[in-house]
Design a binder for this molecule. Sequence first.
Ligand code: SAM
Length: 284
Amino acid sequence: MSIITGALYIVATPIGNLSDITHRAVDVLSHVDLIAAEDTRHSRKLLGHYGIKSQCVSLHEHNERQYAPRLIQRLQAGQSIAVISDAGTPLINDPGFILVKEARQAGIDVIPIPGPSAVITALSVAGLSTARFIFEGFLPSKAVERERRLALLATEQRTLVFYESCHRIADTLQAMVFAFGEQRSGVVARELTKLYESVRSGTLSALLDWVANNEDARRGEFVIVVAGDTPTHDAENAKEVDRVLCTLLEELSVKQAARLASGITGISKNKLYKQALRIAESRK
Ligand code: SAM
């Protein structure tokens, strides 16, 4: 294959199963002058498996800002460089953004070599709407910030996709039950393409039960897919409901306001309680 001189290739690699790599990716990695890998030791396994002997340097989140200009110089001198991360598509919650941005600004060819990414892999089997979705990556690790972020997403109608680690999967599902409600549908996609792959769907509370009571279910890497909110009323009605709640909250507690508003509008108490709570908190 012919490699373009002075081009930067962004190459997707497997997210588990070493066979999930394209012929073109192997060709590019075999023929570039340099591979910039997130962790050269980690990538050695993949590169060795395919007999790829190109020179490797490390490009990770801690050295990218400092190292990118040097890589740009090499590209401008006519060398071809491929970027890979530990798994999946570089830049998707992985290093590469600074380098790609600077390369494009310098007029360098940036060429995608597409392949696996956990977000798309999970969506492809989740059985939740994929017509419109948003990718949230990792939620903040601090509980307060995570809850705040989830509260902002509670009325999002597009399918939501999150990355999560084994350390926080249970806490995150718990926080999702609180923010989105017990009955919201979701999918926990674990260890995709690997030996212990599992894709579990159900309500968020059922998924939480499963993860909380099953040690194996808390092992590995996770993508959480959550169905978007289904509005029970149109935008005009939503404004009206907000107005009713705001008025009631002038005189009543959150609980009382939610109960009365539910009687007036016919919308579930639970949903209105959360809405009233958000309004009350935004007034503090
Ligand atoms: N660049 C990668 C991609 O394209 O998906 C993502 C890298 S990010 C640092 C790592 C996170 O992706 C993991 O913590 C997990 O949430 C998700 N992930 C990666 N591989 C996975 C897999 N095989 N199964 C489930 N989730 C995975």
